[in-house]
Design a protein around this ligand. Structure first.
Ligand SMILES: Cc1cc2nc3c(=O)[nH]c(=O)nc-3n(C[C@H](O)[C@H](O)[C@H](O)COP(=O)(O)O)c2cc1C
Ligand code: SF4
Ligand code: SF4
Length: 293
């Protein structure tokens, strides 16, 4: 079997997993943001793997756009591996549905738990969830998670090599499944997250699409030295440097690469991220991420 492994990654977790899979499957590695330049994407190998982070118990927006471009899937063995911090939620079934709509069949989907790289909504007395705090994962826990993640790769590779199918990993409690069934992200989720990000006008965008506007909560503080790293690393070219400072362009994927990789820790999201330790996968370098654009 020959394989193509396509990945999206903000802080390197999914890239690290995709690299290992490609290496062990003797496959080729492709960055999804680069492939997005093509109008149609037709798999060239027997197997196509998609590797990506879980966002809000579902998929990153770019995965939706990527699958929309896939063609000629009928004879391809499709597999997915998502990385996540604590809850996979419904990411894999959502992907299976998108792939089915393109005429393909997701054979299997796995989750690899990795350090969490996002925000925790903070409950405040003066409002429901009214602020975000960057979640810091203690260094020992990071190490333990990364070591455990490595042990997940071999069984996944063996499964794929054997061409097996039928395993779809979901970690969703009753409430998560119910929220998904009732599509609560489109109502409660969307309005809560947009409110915290400071988006006040009504929008027709879906919950996933509305993440693009959430970059309004980013700003560079006085530690910014205008180095341009944030603009270079952004996978969707959503940052312009204007007069030495980043400006966000409202087509954000919320991957958090800009905030997590800024060498000055100068990028903040709202008012609760300053002074919080930044994260990226220890084996992934800035150059790997910039090349992945
Ligand atoms: C916008 C956003 C939403 C996230 N939502 C979830 C989530 O619902 N469940 C979860 O377990 N992790 C969540 N995470 C954490 C990431 O899935 C996890 O840290 C992942 O490994 C990051 O991969 P990357 O380094 O390749 O970007 C979220 C991260 C971001 C940036
Ligand atoms: S990476 Fe950080 S220091 Fe460099 S331009 Fe962006 S915000 Fe400023
Ligand atoms: S602006 Fe930042 S969070 Fe948004 S897509 Fe670019 S790097 Fe990711």
């Amino acid at each position: 079997m020959n394989a193509e492994v396509c990945y999206f990654s903000g802080t390197g977790n999914s890239l690290a997993v995709a690299r290992k899979l490609a290496e062990k499957l003797n496959g080729t590695l492709h960055a999804i943001p680069i492939l997005m330049d093509q109008e149609r994407i037709t798999p060239q190998a027997d197997a196509l793997g998609l590797v990506f982070p879980v966002y809000n118990k579902g998929l990153p927006l770019i995965l939706n756009r990527f699958v929309d471009k896939l063609a000629g899937l009928e004879a391809t063995y499709l597999f997915a591996v998502c990385t996540y911090g604590d809850t996979i939620g419904m990411a894999i079934p959502h992907l299976a549905k998108l792939i089915a709509a393109r005429g393909g069949r997701l054979a299997a989907g796995f989750g690899v738990r990795m350090p969490y790289n996002y925000l925790t909504p903070t409950l405040k007395l003066n409002g429901f969830f009214s602020a975000f705090t960057l979640r810091e994962v203690p260094l020992e826990k990071q190490r333990a998670l990364l070591d455990a993640a490595l042990t997940r790769i071999e069984p996944i590779v063996a499964y794929i090599r054997a061409g097996q199918s039928g395993d779809f990993e979901i970690t969703a409690d009753f409430l998560t499944r119910l929220a998904d069934r009732l599509n609560l992200n489109e109502t409660l989720g969307k309005s809560t997250w947009l409110k915290i990000a400071g988006v006040t006008e009504p929008t027709e965008l879906s919950f996933l699409e509305s993440r693009q506007l959430m970059d309004r909560a980013f700003h560079a503080d006085e530690h910014c030295i205008g180095c341009g790293t944030c603009a270079r690393i952004c996978p969707v070219d959503n940052i312009r440097i204007v007069e030495g400072k980043p400006q966000w362009q409202e087509r954000c994927e919320q991957c958090f690469a800009c905030l997590q990789w800024c060498p000055q820790q100068a990028i903040q999201f709202g008012s609760h991220t300053a002074g919080k330790r930044r994260y990226h996968h220890p084996d992934v370098k800035l150059a790997d991420m910039v090349r992945a654009k």
